[in-house]
Write a protein that binds this ligand. Structure first.
Ligand code: S3P
Ligand code: PEP
Length: 447
């Protein structure tokens, strides 16, 4: 929803120790895809563990607008009656994707090779984000897009009536762009080929196969080559959504920062295209143990046992960036409490997220008394024994910035206030209750 309600300022104070079980909600990326692929299938898709964050609810409502029947039966328990590949109806209203880059970009891909027209918009954050990275490859299929300011929302996409298949090399590491092209390729005849220079999250590929598409993935000198055979009949599936590693990163990092903490975080996806944060934390010296590795819902998962302990700053290798792209805000907060310097390079994609995350973290950390250096493509954080805090930090309509500073406020000398924590509801609606349940001292500032 683009209608953004009143700001919710929130303050975090010295907390802990954190202890107990952190049951984080379902994976956001997989939740969006389960709804979209369910809508593009024939028959019923039953989804359990769906993330009921606003980003995903907006995708559910978009799928209804394209003609699918989407019903909630209970918490996390949803069904989708799909319309089949090429069966999307023309929506009779503007598709409002709220705060969600994943939602709008994947849905544009999913409708771009059907002869319908759809208009898209979003909130004050989403309308600033680049859409040309998706509409450029969609134009190769024959779709046309007209947007504001050379490729921003609001935007209207006219789907291709006679789509042709495409061979496309994704110019930046982006699972959203890759996925938009693959979803568009579903309704094009012949083979659509997507090549990515560095691997990004592969949920679309895994799930397309699970829904019955013919798709191959080859690692070559050119990169990862994904070939999809168009116009398959997708069949509704049962999807069990694993818990979100990107959400898990917040209680995990908070427990690593807050003295004497010891928490258990069950059932977290360890998909190798998503687990970079856990490798990084272990390199920093974290007492983070992966227990009971297993497969759930087609994804590798493990339980995490996390205990407080002193961490050291490291150089995070740029080639790891794609596998932890959403975790840099919380890593930057954690780095402020580690011994020594943490250097994060190869992260310029952070500049086009819900906010410019390099800038938002750098300014917020400085306001809290932490020294940082930034370049277009990197952020360096100088750790200190005691972060001063005592600042009000802007979240810029960015859930991950809000959560990162609330975690830092649990260990700073003086409290940290986030000017607006309402965007947390887009990805982690139970954050406040979950964290306070573990022992976090966070409270809505206006209560
Ligand atoms: O495909 C996805 O589900 C996502 C891909 C990433 O974005 P980019 O494709 O822009 O890197 C990530 O930051 C986002 O939270 C979710
Ligand atoms: C970047 C993110 O999401 P999106 O691009 O879907 O808005 C995120 O959740 O950190």
């Amino acid at each position: 929803m683009s209608g953004h309600g009143p700001a919710i300022p929130m303050t975090a104070r010295k907390s802990g120790p954190l202890s107990g079980v952190a049951e984080v909600p379902g994976d956001k990326s997989i939740s969006h895809r389960a709804l979209i692929l369910g809508a593009l299938s024939v028959g019923e898709t039953r989804i359990t563990g769906l993330l009921e964050g606003q980003d995903v609810l907006d995708t559910a409502s978009a799928m209804r607008a394209f003609g699918a029947e989407v019903i909630q039966h209970g918490p996390g328990d949803w069904t989708v009656q799909g319309v089949g590949v090429g069966g999307f109806a023309e929506p009779d209203r503007v598709i409002d994707c709220g705060n969600s880059g994943t939602g709008v970009r994947l849905i544009m891909g999913a409708m771009a090779t059907t002869a319908i027209t759809a208009s898209f918009t979003g909130d004050a954050s989403l309308v600033k984000r680049p859409m040309g990275r998706v509409t450029d490859p969609l134009a190769l299929f024959g779709a046309q897009a007209v947007g504001r300011d050379g490729g921003r929302l609001p935007m209207t996409v006219v789907g291709a009536a006679n789509p042709v298949p495409v061979r496309y090399r994704v110019p930046m590491p982006s699972a959203q762009v890759k996925s938009a092209v693959l979803l568009a390729g579903l309704n094009a005849p012949g083979q659509t080929v997507v090549i990515e220079g560095e691997p990004t999250r592969d949920h679309t590929e895994r799930m397309l196969r699970g829904f019955g598409a013919e798709l191959t993935v080859e690692d070559t000198d050119e990169g990862r080559v994904i070939t999809l055979t168009g116009q398959p009949e997708l069949t509704g599936q049962d999807v069990a959504v694993p818990r979100d590693p990107s959400s898990a990163a917040f209680p995990v990092c908070a427990a690593l920062m807050v003295q004497d903490s010891n928490i258990f975080v069950p059932g977290i996806s360890q998909n190798p295209t998503r687990n970079g944060i856990f490798l990084t934390l272990q390199e920093m010296g974290a007492d983070l143990v992966l227990e009971n590795p297993r497969e759930e819902g087609g994804e590798p998962v493990a339980d995490l046992r996390v205990r407080f302990g002193a961490l050291k700053g490291i150089n995070v290798p740029p080639e790891r960036a794609a596998s932890m792209i959403d975790e840099y805000p919380i890593l930057a907060a954690l780095a402020a409490t580690a011994e020594g310097v943490t250097v994060m390079t190869g992260i310029k994609e952070l500049r086009v997220k819900e906010s410019d995350r390099i800038d938002a973290m750098a300014r917020g950390l400085e306001a809290c008394g932490v020294r940082v250096d930034e370049t277009e493509d990197s952020l360096t954080v100088y750790g200190m024994a005691q972060v001063p805090g005592g600042a009000t930090v802007a979240s810029h309509l960015d859930h991950r910035i809000a959560m990162a500073f609330l975690c830092l406020g649990m260990v700073s000398a003086k409290p940290i206030t986030v000017d607006d924590a309402s965007p947390i509801a887009t990805s982690f609606p139970v954050f406040e209750g979950l964290m306070t349940g573990l022992g976090a001292n966070i409270i809505r500032a206006n209560r």
